[in-house]
Ligand binder design. Structure first.
Ligand code: AMP
Length: 585
C-alpha cells in the first residue's frame, strides 16, 4: 500500500491557493483575511451579503451561482443576481410575517433551489437558520423544532403531510409553515403557499447592520446522552468558510465546484452554501440520491473542477468499479476532498489510480463550523491521515497529567483527545439553551473535540476513534440515546441499547439490542415490526439491525454499557467490567 503520495507543485493547473504549508501558517492572520471580505455597507458582517450581494456589486451578477440538477432530469442555472433578488424577496417575506432578528427559521426539504434561497434569505434578515435533514422521521423533526423553538418552517407539501402535520401541535412556537413549490404547489390548510408569499414580496431589501457576533446558524448534533444539541454559529463564521474554502479546498473564483453533502448536515451548509458562494464559485447542486452513473455524468457534463464528497460515497464508487470513470472525460477535475468519517487509505490510493489525483481527507465537526485539519493541494498526502491543522488553527493531542490538567502529548506513538485552541471565527458560541453542555467542552484553555487521534513526527494527524458512543453512519452523526428513546416507545420493548456496528460501505450501521416486556416472545415478525417502527418514526436515524437479548449489560448506576454490547457483538475483549452490574469489582 502506498504510504505517501508526493505532490509535484504547480503542475498544469497553476499554483494552488496554498503554495507552502509552513509559510502559509507562519504568515496567516484572521485579521488580514478579514480584509478580503467586504463587510456590510451599513456596518458589520453578514454571511448572505458576503456570499451573494457583494459579488453582484463587484460586477459578477451574471455569473452562475448555482447549477441545479433535478431528480427527473431538469437543469437550471441561477446567477448571483438571481440569487440576490430571490433572497431579498425571502427576507421581505420573513419581515412581513413579523420574524425578528434572532428568531429561528427552519427548513425541511430536499436539495431544491428554494432551500438555498431560504438559507440565505433568512441570514439576510438576521434570523437564525436551522436546516433539518429531509430523511428524518417525525420524531427527530419534532424534537429539533421544539428544542430550537422554531417560529417558521419552510417545507414541501409531501414532507408536511407525511412528517410534520401529525407533530405540529407539539411545537407551539411554530407560527408559520411555508410550502415550497415541490412537487405540488398546493398549500394544505394552515400553511402558506411559497408562490403567494414570494409573489407579493419586493425584490429590494437592505440588510440591517449585523454584528459579526450575531447568531446565524443552528445545527443540531448528537451526544452520547440526552437530547440533540443545537450548536449555534455566528455571522463571523463566514470568515472561516471563506479561508478554508480557499486554502483547504483550493476554491478559486469562477471554479465549478460540487459538494455532495445535504444542507441538513453541517457540511452541506458550510461547504454546500456559504464557503463556495463567498469564494464566488459556481456550485453544482444535485437533487437526486447517490448513483454512480449519475455522479460520473455530473462530473463530466458540468466540468466539475473541485469535488467535495464523503467516504461512504467513495467506497460505493469503488464498488462500482473503475470502468465507469474511465469511460468519462473527467479531465477538468483539479482537486478532490473528503470529510465526515475515516477515509480508508485504500480509497485515497484508488482515487489516485482512477482520477490521477488522491482524495484529500479533512477533519472538522458541527461545533467547529469549518475545516480544522486538512490535506492541501500542495502538501504530500499520507493515505489514512486527516492532514495538518489549518493556518490560524492550533491543534494538539492532549492527555490529563498527574497535576490533573490537560497537557499536549508530543509522543507520536501515543494517542489522546484531539483538542483545539478556541480562537477561530466559526467556533460554535453555545448549545441552544444548554450552557452546561457547552461549558463541558472547554478545559484548561482547550476546546475538546471528543475524538481520539494521534500526531506523527511530521505533524500529520491520524484519526483513532470517538471518545464517546455517538455513531457515524454513512457520514451522519447519530446519538444512540435518541434512537433508544424512540424504540423504547414500542409496547413490546422493555429496554434497548444502541451501538454502531462496522460496515464495509457505510462505515458503521446502527444496531439495536432489545429486551422484551414480560409475556412478549421474540419472533421474526416482531423483529420486522420493530424495524418498521424505527423507520417510520426515525427515518434515516433508524436501526438497520435489531436483535433480542435476555438482558442488557448495565453499570451499577443503571446505565446501559453500550461499549460492552459492542464488544460482545464483535467478539472483542470486554475490557474493564468493574462497573458492570453483577460484575467483578
Ligand atoms: P459532525 O459534527 O456530524 O460533522 O461529525 C463530526 C465527527 O465526524 C467528528 O468528531 C469525527 O468523529 C467524525 N469525522 C469528521 N471528519 C472525519 C475524518 N476526516 N476522519 C475521521 N472522522 C471524521
Amino acid at each position: 500500500m502506498t504510504t505517501r503520495i508526493e505532490k509535484r507543485a504547480a503542475a498544469v493547473d497553476g499554483p494552488p491557493n496554498l503554495v507552502d504549508y509552513e509559510q502559509a501558517r507562519a504568515s496567516f492572520s484572521w485579521e488580514a483575511s478579514r480584509h478580503e471580505l467586504d463587510g456590510l455597507p451599513d456596518g458589520g458582517l453578514n454571511i448572505a451579503y458576503e456570499a451573494v450581494d457583494r459579488h453582484v456589486r463587484s460586477g459578477h451578477g451574471s455569473q452562475t451561482a448555482v447549477i441545479w440538477r433535478g431528480k427527473a432530469g431538469a437543469r437550471k442555472e441561477i446567477t448571483y443576481a438571481d440569487l440576490e433578488r430571490l433572497t431579498n424577496q425571502l427576507a421581505n417575506v420573513l419581515a412581513s410575517l413579523g420574524v425578528e432578528a434572532g428568531e429561528r427559521v427552519y427548513s425541511l426539504a430536499g436539495r431544491i433551489p428554494e432551500l438555498y434561497v431560504c438559507a440565505l434569505g433568512a441570514l439576510k434578515h438576521r434570523a437564525i437558520f436551522c436546516p433539518l435533514f429531509s430523511a428524518f422521521g417525525p420524531e427527530p423533526i419534532a424534537e429539533r423544532l421544539q428544542l430550537g423553538e422554531a417560529k417558521v418552517l419552510f417545507t414541501t407539501e409531501r414532507l408536511y403531510r407525511r412528517r410534520v402535520a401529525q407533530i405540529r401541535d407539539r411545537v407551539p412556537t411554530l407560527e408559520h409553515v411555508i410550502i415550497l413549490p415541490d412537487p405540488k404547489p398546493k398549500a394544505p390548510k394552515g400553511t402558506i403557499d411559497w408562490n403567494d408569499a414570494m409573489g407579493n414580496a419586493s425584490a429590494e431589501y437592505r440588510i440591517a447592520p449585523t454584528d459579526p457576533e450575531m447568531p446565524a446558524l443552528l445545527h443540531f448534533t448528537s451526544g452520547t446522552t440526552g437530547t440533540p444539541k443545537g450548536a449555534l454559529h455566528v455571522h463571523e463564521a463566514v470568515l472561516t468558510h471563506y479561508v478554508t474554502g480557499k486554502l483547504a479546498l483550493d476554491l478559486r473564483p469562477g471554479d465549478i465546484y460540487w459538494c455532495t453533502a445535504d444542507p441538513g448536515w453541517v457540511t452541506g451548509t458550510s461547504y454546500g452554501i456559504t464557503a463556495p458562494l463567498v469564494n464566488r464559485v459556481t456550485m453544482v447542486v444535485d437533487e437526486a440520491e447517490f448513483d454512480p452513473q449519475r455522479w460520473y455524468g455530473i462530473l463530466e457534463e458540468e466540468r466539475v473542477q473541485v469535488w467535495y464528497t464523503a467516504p461512504t460515497a467513495i467506497r460505493m464508487l469503488m464498488r462500482s468499479g473503475p470502468e465507469l470513470p474511465r469511460s468519462r472525460d473527467l479531465s477538468n477535475l483539479r482537486f478532490m476532498a473528503s470529510v465526515g468519517e475515516p477515509l480508508n487509505p485504500q480509497a485515497v490510493v484508488w482515487g489516485y489510480e482512477v482520477f490521477g489525483k488522491p482524495f484529500h481527507d479533512n477533519w472538522w465537526q458541527t461545533e467547529t463550523g469549518g475545516i480544522m485539519i486538512s490535506n492541501y493541494a500542495s502538501m504530500d498526502v499520507k493515505p489514512g491521515s486527516m492532514g495538518k491543522p489549518m493556518p490560524g488553527i492550533t491543534a494538539a493531542i492532549v492527555r490529563e497529567g498527574d497535576d490533573g490538567r490537560l497537557h499536549a502529548v508530543d509522543d507520536p506513538k501515543k494517542d489522546g483527545e484531539l483538542a483545539l485552541r478556541p480562537d477561530w471565527p466559526s467556533l460554535f458560541r453555545g448549545y441552544w439553551n444548554n450552557q452546561d453542555r457547552y461549558d463541558a467542552c472547554f478545559r484548561d484553555g482547550w476546546y475538546l473535540t471528543g475524538d481520539l487521534a494521534r500526531r506523527d513526527e511530521e505533524g500529520y494527524y491520524w484519526f483513532v476513534g470517538r471518545a464517546d458512543d455517538v455513531i457515524k453512519s454513512a457520514g451522519h452523526l447519530i446519538g444512540p440515546f435518541e434512537v433508544e428513546s424512540v424504540i423504547m416507545r414500542h409496547p413490546a420493548v422493555a429496554e434497548v441499547g444502541v451501538i454502531g456496528k462496522p460496515d464495509p460501505v457505510a462505515g458503521t450501521i446502527i444496531k439495536a439490542f432489545v429486551s422484551l416486556q414480560p409475556g412478549r416472545q421474540w419472533s421474526a415478525e416482531l423483529q420486522k415490526e420493530l424495524l418498521g417502527f424505527g423507520r417510520k418514526n426515525l427515518g434515516t436515524a433508524a436501526p438497520r439491525e435489531i436483535d433480542f437479548t435476555e438482558s442488557l449489560p448495565k453499570t451499577r448506576s443503571g446505565k446501559i454499557m453500550r461499549r460492552l454490547l459492542k464488544a460482545r457483538e464483535l467478539g472483542l475483549p470486554e475490557g474493564d467490567t468493574s462497573t458492570l452490574e453483577g460484575g467483578s469489582s
